[in-house]
Design a protein around this ligand. Structure first.
Ligand code: COA
Length: 190
């Protein structure tokens, strides 16, 4: 699939719903009013996956605090299907030390009922485009617990494997590795 231009919506069917009309999934800047839904989607992953090493649900207040640190070079975006927010993504500062200012970290979470429809890929495409257009040099992603869907989503978009941190997490009684992936943005490209 070619990457859509900014603001362009992407047509996606529901493979799990035979005969369902093709829907248009759009990605837009997250608003303060999206925070509760962003928290809800994140907390699904907190409770039922090892994708995040948070082990307790995030409160609305702490998600609002997180949101207040996003915007500009560190956007938060949501994927919407009609009026429904079905996933979100963000670029966060990797470090507050100034020499890291061209480096950011991607996060992507899709509602558990809407995974596997391409929404994560659409969000990552948008984050890459925004990082490139704001002059970011590189994006890092930490992928935990052998999350093959996330690995595939990143590799397909030009991320490469940097290394593995062994047994740095403990969740659901399992010691977990974290793989670091990275893309260096090509500012000569579109
Ligand atoms: C990881 C996540 C963001 C991916 O988003 P998604 O919308 O489910 O993924 P996509 O549908 O875009 O699929 C990405 C790739 O994985 C493949 N894939 C998706 N689900 C799959 C499955 N169940 N089995 C095998 N492959 C699968 C897709 O085919 C696609 O590859 P392709 O582009 O070569 O076809 C999403 O599953 C999620 O929110 N998971 C929980 C939180 C998480 O892991 N976040 C990432 C932290 S690094």
């Amino acid at each position: 699939m070619s990457r859509p231009e900014e603001g362009e919506s992407v047509e996606r069917g529901r493979p799990d719903v035979p005969g369902e009309t093709i829907r248009r999934i759009e990605v837009r800047e997250a608003q303060r009013s999206d925070v509760a839904r962003i928290a809800e989607i994140y907390n699904q992953a907190v409770l039922r996956t090892v994708a995040t090493f948070d082990t307790e649900e995030k409160s609305l207040d702490s998600m609002a605090e997180w949101f207040s640190h996003h915007g500009g070079n560190h956007p938060a975006v949501v994927a919407v299907d009609g009026d429904a927010v079905i996933g979100w993504g963000s670029l966060s500062a990797w470090s507050d030390r100034c020499a890291y200012s061209g480096t950011c970290e991607a996060s992507i979470y899709v509602d558990e009922a809407r995974r596997g429809e391409g929404v994560g890929g659409i969000l990552l495409d948008e984050l890459i485009r925004r990082a490139r257009s704001s002059g970011m040099h590189t994006i890092l992603s930490r992928i935990a617990g052998g999350n093959e869907v996330s690995v595939r989503m990143h590799l397909k978009r030009g991320f490469f494997h940097v290394g593995t941190m062994r047994e740095v997490g403990l969740k659901f009684g399992r010691l977990l590795d974290v793989d670091m992936y990275q893309i260096i943005l090509d500012h000569g490209a579109s």
